[in-house]
Write a protein that binds this ligand. Structure first.
Ligand code: NAP
Ligand code: F7E
Length: 347
């Protein structure tokens, strides 16, 4: 039978890499998109608008994780063989500002989707985008599948709920459900308000004379940063196993936000300390000081390995943003765009 995937969050960073990956494997791919006043499909336009290649097997459907009726109608129509639940209000800082909406999308949205999948006629394999944020104030380093959760934000609390619903539906109804507990993963397609992309965008814009400073919050926070393209492969691998299970996906190395700045500015021969300033606005009410993952179970069972190291990741992101900034510079020089000295709406 032809493999047919349904992806929530298809317009996001991971959704775009996963779509590419599944289309290359011959899947028919269906994605949930939210209606908005602008298109919002930039990350998948190269797939959707390609007249020859992938577009014939890529289908987009309007819907929302807060709308269970539409999810039910869509899944009844599509009859997917695999469901990847990547949709989320995924910004931790924003979750402190919009906690109930975050819970509705991330926690209840997952439950809505699980209930729809449970009622489909044919068996479906289900992937839940769980997060290292669930470890939060972690009791051990590195964290693995046995490490207790101690979430530190409304986002992380909602992800813990979704994790347990996914697992409970597996145990209660025999569903093929997997939690991928993914540590931070980045790319040139990373949203511009996450710290890595905020830094690489700023590095490139400063180098091209489009920005003066970079305002950040906690420079001491440490993260285990990998490449998104590697991490979507792990999602798929989980659903190809004989038995459903939960897996930590991480590189096993951690760096601070300060170290990320140092590495990114150094690539364009700038001293980060001259440009980075602290703005209290970016400090969070509760912080995850440090996470580092132990992905040995994924290595052993899935045969999964990360292929992009920290330095390569930073370089890949800075290079892509240097190109973007060159284009922006051309528009500014032609009088078609104004300079946003403070990264304006992107900070
Ligand atoms: P992202 O770039 O922020 O993408 C989030 C996606 O969710 C977007 O397609 C967004 O649509 C969609 N979405 C938001 N609200 C929705 C709603 N109410 N109904 C349906 N869809 C909605 O996130 P990502 O980095 O690709 O991450 C993918 C998933 O993995 C998320 O669940 C995230 O929480 C989780 N995760 C991410 C990381 C990481 O480091 N990237 C690590 C662990 C777990 P719009 O384009 O319309 O906004
Ligand atoms: O912050 C610090 C901030 O927003 C990383 C999401 O994909 O990964 C992501 O969540 C660290 C934090 O990612 C700024 O305080 C300093 O300690 O890039 P971030 P996150 O919070 O780790 C997890 C695994 C997910 O699941 C989430 O969906 O950087 N930081 N200054 C800053 N962070 C931001 N955003 N902006 C700053 O100016």
């Amino acid at each position: 039978m032809a493999q047919r995937a349904f992806i929530t969050g298809i317009t996001g960073q991971d959704g775009s890499y996963l779509s590419e990956f599944l289309l290359a494997k011959g899947y028919e791919v269906h994605g949930l998109v939210r209606r908005s006043s602008t298109f919002g499909t930039e990350r998948i336009d190269h797939l959707y608008l390609d007249p020859h290649l992938e577009s014939a097997r890529l289908f987009l459907h309007y819907g929302d994780l807060t709308d269970g009726n539409t999810l039910s109608r869509l899944l009844q129509e599509i009859q997917p063989t695999e469901v990847y639940n990547l949709g989320a209000q995924s910004h931790v800082a924003v979750s402190f500002l919009n906690p109930i909406y975050t819970a509705d999308v991330v926690a209840l949205g997952t439950l809505r989707l699980l209930e729809v999948v449970r009622q489909l006629d044919q068996p479906v394999r289900f992937y839940q985008a769980s997060s290292s944020e669930m470890f939060g104030k972690a009791t051990e380093v590195p964290q693995n599948e046995e490490t207790p959760f101690h979430p530190r934000s409304p986002y992380a609390v909602a992800k813990v709920y979704a994790f347990w619903q996914t697992l409970n539906h597996r145990e209660a109804y025999g569903m093929f459900n997997c939690n991928g507990i993914l540590f931070n993963h980045e790319s040139p397609r990373r949203g511009e308000t996450f710290v890595t992309r905020k830094i690489t965008r700023a590095v490139a814009r400063i180098k091209r004379g489009l920005q003066e400073r970079l305002y950040l919050g906690n420079l001491d926070a440490e993260r285990d940063w990998g490449f998104a393209g590697d991490y979507v492969r792990a999602m798929w691998l989980m659903l190809q196993q004989d038995e459903p299970d939960d897996f930590v996906i991480a590189t096993g190395t951690r760096r601070s936000v300060r170290e990320f700045c140092e590495a990114a500015f150094a690539l364009v021969n700038l001293d980060w300390e001259q440009y980075v300033k602290i703005d209290q606005r970016y400090l969070r009410p509760a912080e995850v000081d440090m996470v580092e993952g132990d992905a040995s179970k994924a290595r052993r069972v899935l045969g999964w390995e990360p292929t992009v190291a920290f330095d390569q990741l930073v370089e890949m992101m800075v290079e892509a943003d240097m190109e973007l900034a060159a284009h922006e510079r051309t528009l500014v020089d032609a009088g078609l765009k104004q300079v946003e000295w403070r990264q304006g709406r992107h900070d």
